[in-house]
Design a protein around this ligand. Structure first.
Ligand code: UT7
Length: 320
């Protein structure tokens, strides 16, 4: 169990709103199909903004919400599977854009796909005693990995970022259950690298590819398993939880997980209708939106739950 304070929250989204009708002009699909199979109505897509730009905007909002001097931040972790570059890390870019290059900051990226923000939160809390204040960001520009002629994937994803400022002082506490299952079947992959560019001419990195039904089955089990494991560890039942903030992938996954857990769907926060799936940014954006809407109250018990490529999954139990 980690003790800490959550001081501030922020979010950012791609500049362009892309509706289901817009996508139905690109590929053979319809608003009716996308809405009934996923719950998604529109998503935000970047124009010029890269992952670090969205992460920076969310970070600035979180720092302002926290009311701190940003030079107190000693740790920056960015959860992303769509960094600006292989190196430098998006976290280092954001450090520089925040004007913290001369500060004592540890900054790095972490890739656990759509579970990334939960993994990053856990990592930050483990490291926080050394650093006083931390900035944890989930940021993605999935649109650059999408094949916009593939109707089975291009309808799902969006671009955005969410951020939280943590303080090592006591106030809230959190516990985690995280797990990775090396995926033999490769049900969700993107950006494969050519192994031997001297004998095989380098090609473009591959677009995101997914076996949707396999991921769907995995996701429902993963949400229920991670939620129950972290609650069991803390002698709690799902009835004790006030709010569940799940990875925003598909409303049917959330409904099935709610049935599996035996809780009403109303306990789950959703914003996928407007954001689509923003991978590592999804839970972070949802958390910040809950804060903006006044849904996070001192003493509440909340669960963050994510799953994604890897395959990875995990849950965070937070007593606010
Ligand atoms: O962060 C984790 C990321 N991934 C996920 O969470 C994905 C989890 N999986 C899903 O959300 C769902 O599996 C999808 C939304 C991707 C697909 O829904 P589905 O109900 O599993 O559909 P399906 O793949 O079984 O396809 C059903 C039919 C197929 O046609 P036939 O073979 O029955 O004639 C597809 O070709 O729907 C067709 N189809 C579409 N039709 C209209 C697939 N995509 C589309 C589309 N518009 N966009």
């Amino acid at each position: 169990m980690y003790s800490f304070k959550m001081l501030g929250f922020g979010l950012a989204k791609g500049r362009l709103t892309v509706t289901n009708e817009d996508i139905s002009k690109l590929v053979d699909t319809s608003d009716e199909w996308i809405t009934s199979r996923t719950g998604i109505k529109s998503r935000y897509i970047s124009r010029q903004e890269n992952t670090s730009d969205l992460g920076l905007a969310a970070a600035k909002m979180a720092i302002e919400d926290a009311g701190i001097d940003q030079r107190e931040i000693g740790l920056i972790i960015v959860a992303t599977m769509t960094p600006d570059n292989f190196t430098p890390s998006t976290a280092c870019l954001i450090q520089q854009k925040l004007g913290l290059s001369d500060c004592e900051v540890t900054a790095f990226d972490l890739n656990a796909a759509c579970s990334g923000f939960i993994y990053a939160l856990k990592t930050a809390l483990a490291l926080l005693p050394e650093h006083k204040k931390a900035l944890v960001i989930g940021a993605e520009t999935l649109s650059k990995l999408i094949d916009w002629t593939d109707r089975s994937t291009c309808i799902l994803f969006g671009d955005g970022a969410g951020a939280v400022v943590l303080d090592r002082e006591k106030g809230s506490c959190a516990d985690f259950y995280t797990r990775s299952c090396g995926d033999e079947k490769q049900v969700l992959t993107a950006g494969g690298i050519i192994m031997n560019p001297l004998s095989n001419p380098p090609k473009d990195y591959s677009y995101l590819k997914m076996d949707g039904q396999e991921v769907f089955r995995f996701a429902v089990n993963a949400i229920a398993d991670a939620a129950m494991k972290v609650l069991d560890k803390n002698n709690l039942s799902v009835e004790d939880v006030d709010l569940i903030i799940p990875h925003q992938a598909n409303i049917r996954i959330i409904s099935a997980a709610a049935r599996r857990l035996g809780v009403p769907e109303s306990k789950f926060f959703t914003n996928l209708q407007n954001y689509g799936n923003t991978s590592a940014a999804s839970v972070a954006i949802a958390l910040a939106q809950c804060r903006q809407e006044g849904r996070l109250k001192k003493g509440m018990k909340i669960l963050l739950v994510g799953f994604g490529a890897g395959l990875t999954y995990g849950a965070a139990y937070i007593n606010l």
